[in-house]
Ligand binder design. Structure first.
Ligand code: SF4
Length: 362
């Protein structure tokens, strides 16, 4: 049985993400290429006719290596959760390709797909994701029953006890119901259930946003320690940049259905290039009051445009303080600037971007 995790920890662990070596492009556990998830808008009751299209995810590409955490950040409605549901094959895909553990799973669905034991999800709300009528033993052990993993009741009980110990809960807690636990303990139960089938990838959709700050730290520590012990990969969807900075090896920033910047964590937080990323990071509070007082904050003005009618050219141009003429006309491609570093902005991309801007404004 693996050793129990110290449940008393209330500060974020000093366990560094640097000790896990991110997989390179050739070692990708998950590869997503040009993913699109569009929802048709219809009008009429008997005779429905298409009147538009909601492009919730519109050409998203990324890869996650073995033992790596990719943080996916952006405002509400930018397409983060839709992307994660599409990867999990719980959301139909309009176009693109999803390759997991070397197999193309784009045409599969989560209910019957051959990959589903190896890819699991931890949901945002630990109060809503656990059935209040089930004992913890049955919640954690349900995947074992569905997939007929354990041969006997004794083996089942032993496995459930080991899973609870893995997330720092006592085996005796298996007899209790979810309402008898705190929010952090419930999220540990959800993590134990996600680990039951020994996945290689866990998709964490805002897993701590419903918890108190001190409890958030405990759950993040559990996830990081499990990653080191079990060599898990995470797609970590969140809007809290402090949490993303702590747990991620690389970060992808989404805006209106697209990835606008991606880089390793330290590079992104030290030198954000995209004006939207710069504005997001400038809103993160600094612990030092003097530094916080000196800090210049960039405020993104205006509302997020509708994904039904995204702006022409760069989708961020109506809110961008550095918008140029070219930005209203040409959609900037996500351009690789170096290993693992890419940005979709006409301000970056070298001589070609400059020549294109000059040609457009001439
Ligand atoms: Fe701003 Fe233009 Fe860059 Fe878009 S392409 S982020 S509008 S500078």
């Amino acid at each position: 049985m693996p050793p129990a995790i110290d449940t008393r920890a209330c500060a974020m662990s000093s366990a560094s993400t640097d000790t896990v070596r991110p997989g390179g492009a050739g070692d990708a556990l998950l590869r997503v290429d040009d993913l699109k998830v569009h929802f048709p808008l219809t009008r009429g009751v008997l005779f429905k006719r298409a009147v538009g299209m909601v492009k919730a995810v519109d050409g998203v590409s990324f890869a996650i290596g073995r033992g790596e955490t990719l943080g996916l950040v952006g405002e509400s409605g930018c397409g983060k959760s839709t992307t994660s549901l599409a990867v999990l094959r719980m959301q139909p895909v309009t176009a693109g390709r999803i390759v997991f553990e070397g197999r193309d799973i784009t045409a599969q669905d989560h209910g019957s797909g051959t990959f589903r034991r190896r890819m699991q999800m931890v949901y945002q709300d630990p109060y809503g994701s656990l059935d209040p009528r089930m004992r913890v033993r049955d919640i954690v052990g349900e995947p074992l029953v569905v997939h007929r993993v354990t041969a006997s009741r004794a083996a089942y009980d032993e496995r459930v006890a080991a899973l609870l110990a893995t997330v720092g809960l006592l085996p005796a807690m298996a007899e209790r119901y979810p309402h008898e636990f705190s929010g952090g303990q419930r999220q540990r139960i959800a993590i134990a259930r996600a680990l039951a089938l020994e996945p290689s990838l866990v998709i964490c959709d805002e897993p701590v946003s419903a918890l108190d700050v001190s409890i958030q730290a405990q759950v993040i520590n559990v996830l990081m320690e499990l990653q080191q012990r079990l060599k898990l990969s995470y797609l970590f969807v969140a809007h809290d940049l402090a949490v993303v900075r702590h747990i991620s090896h690389r970060v992808a920033v989404m805006y209106l259905g697209r990835i606008v910047e991606t880089a390793d964590r330290d590079t992104l937080f030290r030198e954000p290039l995209h004006p939207y990323t710069q504005a997001l990071l400038s809103a993160v509070p600094v612990a030092d009051p003097a530094a916080e007082a000196r800090r210049a904050r960039q405020v993104v003005r205006g509302e997020v445009p509708s994904v039904m009618r995204p702006p022409s050219g760069c989708r961020f141009h109506p809110r961008c303080p550095q918008a140029m003429d070219v930005c209203r006309q040409q959609d900037p491609a996500l351009t690789e600037l170096g290993p693992g570093r890419a940005v979709a902005c006409h301000l970056h991309g070298g001589a070609a971007a400059i020549a294109m801007r000059e040609a457009t404004s001439a």
